[in-house]
Design a protein around this ligand. Structure first.
Ligand code: URP
Ligand code: ZN
Ligand code: ZN
Length: 459
């Protein structure tokens, strides 16, 4: 048995903070409080004075080693999870995707194999449903029972990922039957495809046109439609990667009417501006992600949505493609640029540095949207998401006086760029523990290889 005492830190939870000690016994948090009288002789002490102890980040939206738009995302489960760990994320839920001609169980198994023995943080999977087939309902039930208790559908990407409204209804009904959660990518794919076609026919083939083909209304319309379908199916849903003011308003309206819609936004929609699409050459391709970056008005609405609770989760939507790969596939036509950007490594630092340190959210709200709510929403709590006795000892020691400098040259993500190049942010992740093991120290991975575990999630 091994004991570790993190002493004298400010321990932060969603409902407050306290100056206290945390005792870890093996992989679990054993006790919190003034523990001097109760300590075992063999305890190892770490002095955390002046630091914050935060629950390890829970990132519920990553695409690691995943096929998309004719290529594969740049991180495998080693580099992707090492990046997560050094950035303070100790659990992630990755999207497995139903592949053409395969059933859900077969595709899930293939993706699961990619993570086995490679992941260094704990992980689960959502399953993307891209093609309905006879028997999909029972497979949804089986996967849910195995702990893959959430699914994703796309309202965009006709011909590859998209399902139609009737299929969405069927999937919602089935999710409701098994107590699974349905994540929805809400964009009007057919209108987007036509807008993109018109741009190309007009000679506008460069990467900045990605934004013009996906105006805010394409997201807002899809969100409103999906809410109506969810009400018809009598099964609530969860929106991934919301980016617009109108989407937040639609979600808040449904919630105020008593319909429990869940919704997330992502680090980049909160912190980065659409101006990148005006840059010359192929540079805008770095922000060819879906939906695109928006204006300040939308960012203000997203921050408000987080602070009022309409949005409850901030994820990374880590979906990395190197710049050269984007150019190889979409150099002549923005429609072929693989959609996505990196983010798993810097979500926690950016949300602290540009959120908490700039008074856009409290430290308690930060814990809520980066760890507690993601864990609760997706069936990982109380094991993950909170520093509480009995939980896994997944803990960040954050130094508010430190700084984090972001650069492609030093990042752990297997990427040749970052959208946060040159940012120096207040706050540093001095140490990251996963199940009581120190896995990252001052931005370097120091844990064992392949130590991450699959965590089945409660429906
Ligand atoms: O921009 C991204 N991430 N696009 C592809 C995956 C997704 O979440 O839709
Ligand atoms: Zn999506
Ligand atoms: Zn995504």
């Amino acid at each position: 048995m091994s004991y570790l005492l993190l002493s004298g830190a400010t321990v932060v939870g969603a409902s407050g903070r306290q100056l206290t000690d945390v005792l870890i016994k093996d992989e679990k948090i054993d006790a919190i409080g003034d523990l001097d009288e109760y300590l075992p002789e063999s305890v190892t002490r770490v002095d955390c004075s002046g630091k914050f102890l935060l629950p390890g980040g829970v990132d519920v939206h990553t695409h690691i080693d995943s096929p998309l738009m004719g290529t594969t995302t740049a991180d495998d489960f080693v580099s992707g999870t090492v990046a997560a760990a050094t950035g303070g994320t100790t659990t992630l839920i990755d999207f497995a995707q139903q592949l053409p001609g395969e059933d859900l169980a077969t595709s899930l198994e293939k993706h699961r194999e990619k993570a086995k023995g490679k992941a260094v943080v704990d992980y689960g999977f959502h399953m993307c449903i891209t093609n309905l087939y006879s028997g999909f309902e029972s497979h949804m039930g089986e996967l849910t029972q195995e702990g893959v208790s959430s699914f994703k559908i796309f309202m965009a990407y006709r011909g590859s990922l998209m399902v139609n409204d009737g299929e969405m209804y069927d999937i919602l009904r089935t999710a409701g039957k098994y107590g699974a959660k349905l994540c929805v990518h809400a964009e009007n794919g057919d209108v987007i495809d036509r807008m993109a076609r018109d741009l190309v026919e007009n000679g506008q083939v460069g990467p900045g046109n990605h934004e013009l083909a996906r105006p805010p209304a394409t997201e807002i319309e899809a969100v409103e439609r999906a809410i109506r379908i969810s009400k018809m199916a009598e099964v609530p849903l969860y929106f991934v990667h919301l980016s617009t003011d109108g989407a937040v308003e639609a979600v808040a309206r449904a919630q105020s009417e008593g319909w429990p819609i869940g919704a997330e936004t992502c680090t980049h929609y909160l912190t980065l501006d659409r101006a990148i699409y005006d840059q010359p050459g192929f540079e805008p391709a770095k922000a060819v992600l879906t939906p695109p970056l928006r204006t300040q008005r939308h960012r203000d609405a997203l921050w408000r949505g987080l602070n009022t609770g309409a949005l409850s989760v901030v994820s990374s939507d880590h979906c990395p493609f190197c710049f050269d790969e984007k150019r190889r596939l979409g150099g002549d036509d923005f429609r072929s640029i693989p959609n996505g950007g990196p983010g798993v490594e810097h979500r926690m630092s950016v949300m602290y540095g540009l959120g908490v340190a700039q008074n856009r959210m409290t430290l308690e709200k930060y814990v809520e949207v980066t760890a507690l709510n993601p864990a609760k929403t997706f069936g990982l709590h109380p094991r993950k998401g909170e520093i509480t006795p009995g939980a896994d000892a997944d803990i960040i020691i954050l130094d508010p006086k430190g700084t984090t400098r972001i650069s492609a040259g030093t990042q752990k993500q297997n990427m040749d760029y970052t959208l946060y190049e040159g940012f120096t942010l207040p706050g540093s992740m001095d140490a990251v523990y996963s199940r009581g093991e120190l896995i990252a120290s001052n931005g370097e991975y120091v844990g064992k290889s392949g130590r991450g575990r699959f965590i089945p999630r409660i429906p």
